[in-house]
Design a binder for this molecule. Structure first.
Ligand SMILES: Cc1cc2nc3c(=O)[nH]c(=O)nc-3n(C[C@H](O)[C@H](O)[C@H](O)COP(=O)(O)OP(=O)(O)OC[C@H]3O[C@@H](n4cnc5c(N)ncnc54)[C@H](O)[C@@H]3O)c2cc1C
Length: 473
């Protein structure tokens, strides 16, 4: 049963033990709860799409034995697999309006785990990769909806996990271990689509120090395991209240020196995914700004054209960086491809740091109705409909109803969540700068500077080229 239907998926979420607390109550029936239902419907779309003949080829893959599974579960082996992953995400964006609820962040977690564990195994002689491979096979078999829980609640941000004051559980930690498994306690924050997932991949979120051994853990758990409690909405806090994890689902257990491998590997895949879905969002953003310029009769105005051109630069720059990250992907020693670390971090930083300018341009072109738009229900009310039709259109350019719909979309695109997601989801901007600093080829940059300045360098990039003349005249 490697591909399940949307209906089978909905049934599978009615399992025992799932504890999702939302708006002050335990959700008993996802299908009727106002918030959980939206989440369930959205996640179910991934299953609908995979069996839809229009998307089946793209979204599913035949294994060597002929069995068809969701493409995202297959470990990437080539650059083309990364390119296809981008196509999967952007197609899902176009069809469902989001990057997918069942197989998005969690897949990047799984691939990050694969990459990190193979590095750790090579250096430590451990056998975590075998466990990851078996876990991957299990996910394929149940056609799992999977989330990643990496971001700890963290307490005081500048203290290491074992240095926290008040209590010792600001980072998820191992409270006991036996031959059969470990017991974990702590909480992870902002875990997208956890409530409608079958499985959680749990990773450490930072580099650790010698005192942090108990916090250097990675594992997987079903979301309905005893002690897992989710509190919030679509991206809840996930509490691990002494959850037992069997040993075959433990992927790091105390090797604090390697804890950083997990978030770094995950982030490398996930920042590319972010850039990929962001472009599909930005296409709408640019299109909406142009549409509102048209609906307001502003298309030929100089400052508006300038802003539209900037928006095109922003959107296409984001896409170009995403493409560059896969076209120039890297391979680890086991041959596993991963997005170019430098480019995927530049991509994330580029779109996050420019986001509020993009929002400003959209709002500037649109006007104040982004804040004050009457409700669409007022357009249906016979007492107000005629007034809105008369006053909110723009003569022969567009009617009021279409213009109101465009403004409604602008309201949603500029809501309080969009900017925060852009800045923080997939890691705060400081995290990208840390990665950029860490992986930049400083010696090469310096060699070119030396060469231009006429300073001797033996760096292979410059040692065989003649002195730089133009820069010195
Ligand atoms: C919509 C959304 C969805 C998300 N989905 C997921 C998900 O599915 N799974 C998941 O694991 N995570 C998820 N995240 C979490 C996301 O990765 C984090 O929000 C991000 O890494 C920032 O962490 P934080 O929210 O704890 O903020 P903080 O880390 O507290 O950031 C606040 C500020 O503190 C700075 N800071 C933090 N620590 C330090 C330090 N030690 N030294 C100096 N400065 C520091 C940061 O750079 C930033 O400027 C999601 C976030 C959002 C907003």
């Amino acid at each position: 049963m490697a591909l399940i239907t949307a209906e089978q998926f909905r049934e599978s979420i009615k399992d025992d033990g799932r504890e999702f607390y939302c708006s002050g109550e335990l959700v008993k029936d996802f299908a009727t709860h106002p918030i959980a239902k939206d989440l369930l419907d959205y996640t179910a779309m991934d299953y609908e799409m995979a069996l839809d003949p229009k998307y089946h080829e793209l979204l599913t893959e035949a294994l060597p034995d002929g069995e068809r599974v969701h493409f995202t579960f297959v470990a990437p082996k080539t650059k083309e697999d990364l390119i296809r992953r981008r196509k999967v995400i952007q197609t899902t964006m176009h069809v469902s309006g989001g990057p997918g609820g069942a197989k998005f962040t969690g897949i990047d977690g799984l691939n990050g785990l694969h990459l990190a564990c193979s590095r750790i195994d090579r250096q430590m002689g451990t056998e975590y990769s075998d466990r990851v491979a078996k876990y991957r096979r299990y996910l394929m078999d149940i056609d799992a909806a999977i989330a990643v829980a990496m971001t700890d609640v963290k307490g005081n941000r500048t203290s290491h996990p074992h240095q926290q004051k008040g209590h010792q559980d600001y980072y998820v930690r191992m409270v006991s271990k036996g031959n059969d498994g470990i017991v974990v306690r702590g909480a992870k924050a902002h875990i997208s689509f956890a409530p409608t997932s079958h499985e959680l991949v749990v990773l450490p979120c930072r580099a650790m120090t010698p005192g942090d051994g108990d916090y250097a853990i990675a594992f997987a758990t079903p979301t309905n395991a005893k002690g897992v409690k989710m509190i919030g909405r679509s991206d809840p806090i996930v509490v691990f209240d002494d959850v037992f994890v069997p040993m075959d689902r433990v992927f790091l257990m105390g090797e604090w020196q390697y804890a950083h491998e997990m978030p770094y590997s995950f982030a490398t895949y996930h920042r590319l995914s972010a850039d990929t879905y962001k472009y599909a969002e930005l296409e709408i953003h640019v299109g909406l700004a142009a549409l509102l310029a048209e609906y307001n009769g502003l298309e030929k105005v100089g400052h508006v054209r300038e802003k539209l051109a900037w928006l095109v630069m922003y959107a296409e720059g984001t896409e170009a960086l995403g493409k560059a990250a896969v076209e120039n992907c890297e391979y680890d020693e086991s041959g596993t491809p991963y997005p170019n670390t430098l480019y995927s971090n530049v991509a994330k930083f580029f779109f996050a740091s420019n986001y509020y300018t993009a929002e400003q341009h959209l709002q500037d072109i649109a006007g104040g109705l982004v804040s004050t738009l009457p409700a669409m229900a007022d357009l249906k009310n016979p007492a107000t409909r005629e007034y809105l039709l008369k006053y909110l259109g723009t003569g022969d350019i567009c009617d009021a109803e279409d213009r109101m719909k465009a403004f409604r979309l602008a309201q949603r695109m500029c809501d309080h969540v969009s900017g925060n997601i852009t800045v923080h989801a997939e890691g705060s901007m400081a995290a990208q700068k840390i990665m950029l600093y860490a992986v930049a080829d400083w010696e090469r940059y310096k060699a070119y500077a030396k060469h231009a300045a006429g300073i001797h360098s033996d760096h292979p990039a410059v040692r065989d080229i003649p002195p730089h003349r133009l820069m010195l005249v």
